[in-house]
Design a protein around this ligand. Structure first.
Ligand code: 1CP
Length: 358
């Protein structure tokens, strides 16, 4: 049964479109498409709307969240919107002293390196993020048939920011804790899983119709360690969301060797970066999963015909999956021409529709 989700006052006749149906491996009239980081610095209207408002503050202002989330939908024929926020917002909301520094990313004032610091990470409640509930409700009403994707950071990626104190190339201290202090590591990841669960529930209960768990930096972990030290926590998150019946997407960068395990963790849709062709990814995940991806975002900086040819290849490889949601293999690069993304969304629709009818 579907838990009470606060959407009872909205029109009931809302149909699941191509995005939700592809996630559920149902027939679609065309391949659905959205772009990770479709809102953000590639759009002049984003830079205009943000002005001088710091990133984390912007994530607490419902009108601004709604405006920035809607901006890409005015330009691109995308089949889903993604909530404008950041993976560190719930950590800030429970009192972690952190900031998002322009050109750097999340920076933590007092990195978490011992049991006392892990103990200070408290659970998240809906009252910690009223601006999320308010913004998602407004978006749900404004979006009509276009579904909103809610998201949270995966446990390894959030742990890495908290332990390293900021962005990191090798995740050295993070892995040192994972290997050397497995009990402390498990306690930290369990708390982060609970925070992600609470944060995702807030979004789904306010109207998000799918969720994506971004474990962006987990690709540096070997499969056996992933299974032992990360998967149980991701699994806890996905199973807590299961009763809501919303598609659950799981994505990380460089996770070619982990795709099967990321599906096993409980994702309905496995996100694939540009390194593994989708027809190969199909063989790496169990039956019963849809795939999302995976055009190299950098190819959009090459001439259009080059990008278009590769997009056609991604569509062809995606036809071997039980369900395919077209996306980039990671987020839109800030220097991307929005006009190219607009053409890409149209190409995906037009060229996949031909095959859907065939
Ligand atoms: O399409 C959208 O609306 C995107 C919204 C969004 C999302 C999904 C933002 C806004 N951040 C995120 C998630 C996020 N944040 C991830 C997972 C997705 C991914 O892998 O790209 C990660 C790893 C972060 C952490 C983060 N926040 C970074 C990366 C730092 C690093 O370790 O290299 C950065 C640069 C940020 C800041 C940020 N978040 C979002 C924006 C638009 C920005 C840029 C800040 C600004 O505009 O001032």
């Amino acid at each position: 049964t579907r838990p009470e989700n606060g959407r009872a006052n909205l029109p009931a006749a809302r149909r699941d479109g191509p995005f939700l149906n592809a996630c559920r491996r149902l027939p679609v009239p065309h391949t659905p498409v959205w772009f990770m980081r479709q809102a953000g610095r590639s759009l002049p209207e984003y830079r205009e709307a943000r002005g001088t408002v710091p990133m984390l503050e912007a994530c607490t202002i419902p009108d601004l969240i709604v405006e920035i989330t809607m901006q890409p939908l005015r330009r691109y024929a995308v089949d889903a919107a993604i909530f404008f926020s950041d993976i560190v917002v719930p950590l800030k909301a429970i009192g972690v002293d952190l900031d998002i520094k322009p050109g750097v990313g999340p920076v933590i004032a007092d990195p978490i390196r011992d049991a006392a610091a892990v103990g200070r990470l408290r659970p998240l409640t809906p009252d910690d993020v009223p601006y999320v509930t308010e913004a998602v409700r407004s978006l749900d009403a404004e979006l009509g048939d276009i579904p909103l994707i809610g998201f949270a950071g995966g446990p390894f990626t959030l742990a890495s920011y908290l332990i390293e104190g900021g962005p990191s190339k090798n995740h050295e201290r993070t892995k040192a804790m994972m290997y050397g202090e497995p009990e402390l590591w498990a306690r930290l990841l369990d708390r982060l899983a609970d925070i992600a669960i609470a944060y995702l529930k807030v979004q789904v209960e306010a109207g998000a119709r799918a969720i994506q768990l971004f474990d962006s930096w987990v690709g540096g972990v070997a499969p056996a360690d992933y299974r032992r030290s990360v998967l149980p926590h991701s699994e806890k998150i996905f199973s807590a969301l299961e009763p809501y019946g919303v598609p659950r997407i799981h994505f990380g960068v460089g996770t070619g060797e982990l795709l099967g395990l990321m599906g096993e963790a409980g994702a309905d849709v496995v996100g694939v970066d540009w390194r593994v062709p989708l027809d190969d990814a199909v063989r790496r995940v169990d039956a019963g999963k849809a795939l999302q991806g995976n055009l190299d975002p950098a190819i959009l900086l090459a001439p259009w015909e080059v990008a278009a040819e590769r997009a056609r290849e991604v569509l062809a490889q995606g036809r071997t999956a039980e369900g395919h949601v077209f996306n980039l293999g990671h987020g839109v690069l800030p220097s991307t021409d929005p006009g190219v993304l607009a053409r890409l969304a149209d190409l995906v629709h037009e060229e996949s529709a031909v095959h859907a009818q065939a």
